[in-house]
Design a protein around this ligand. Structure first.
Ligand code: AMP
Length: 113
């Protein structure tokens, strides 16, 4: 079994509330939601963070955003939503497998903390 928490979720080795699954992308509900809708969208490929992206990952990153848009529609987030990719510990990244946070269902503030 992989040592990476999100690789384990992607492989079905650890429970999660899966929202959408395909060969290259998995989306599941965040265990500590920060908004009424809080979903994590991850590549099944283990990529540590945006800082580790390779040119070959460009299409995959586009897929993450397209899946985020589809899920936002399913979750009725037509009034708006926020996509966040924390990159590195100072930015608040705590799980080192690249993930997009999809947050919605409440008013958001700017700048973020
Ligand atoms: P980040 O701090 O940007 O790395 O985000 C990691 C996110 O993963 C946090 O919002 C956590 O609440 C979430 N998280 C950690 N463990 C799990 C888990 N087992 N299932 C779902 N979400 C998780």
């Amino acid at each position: 079994m992989s040592a990476c928490l999100f690789c384990q979720i992607a492989a079905g080795e650890r429970p999660a509330t899966i929202v959408q699954r395909s060969a290259d992308v998995v989306a599941f509900r965040d265990i500590h939601p920060q908004a009424p809708t809080h979903i994590l969208i991850i590549p099944t490929k283990h990529i540590v963070s945006v800082a580790e992206l390779a040119v070959e990952d460009e299409k995959l990153m586009g897929r993450l955003l397209t899946v985020a848009k589809e899920i936002a529609q399913q979750e009725n987030l037509g009034q708006g939503y926020r996509l966040v990719i924390n990159t590195g510990s100072q930015a608040g990244q705590s799980v080192f497998h690249l993930h997009v946070h999809l947050l919605g269902g409440r008013a958001m503030h700017w700048p973020p903390g």
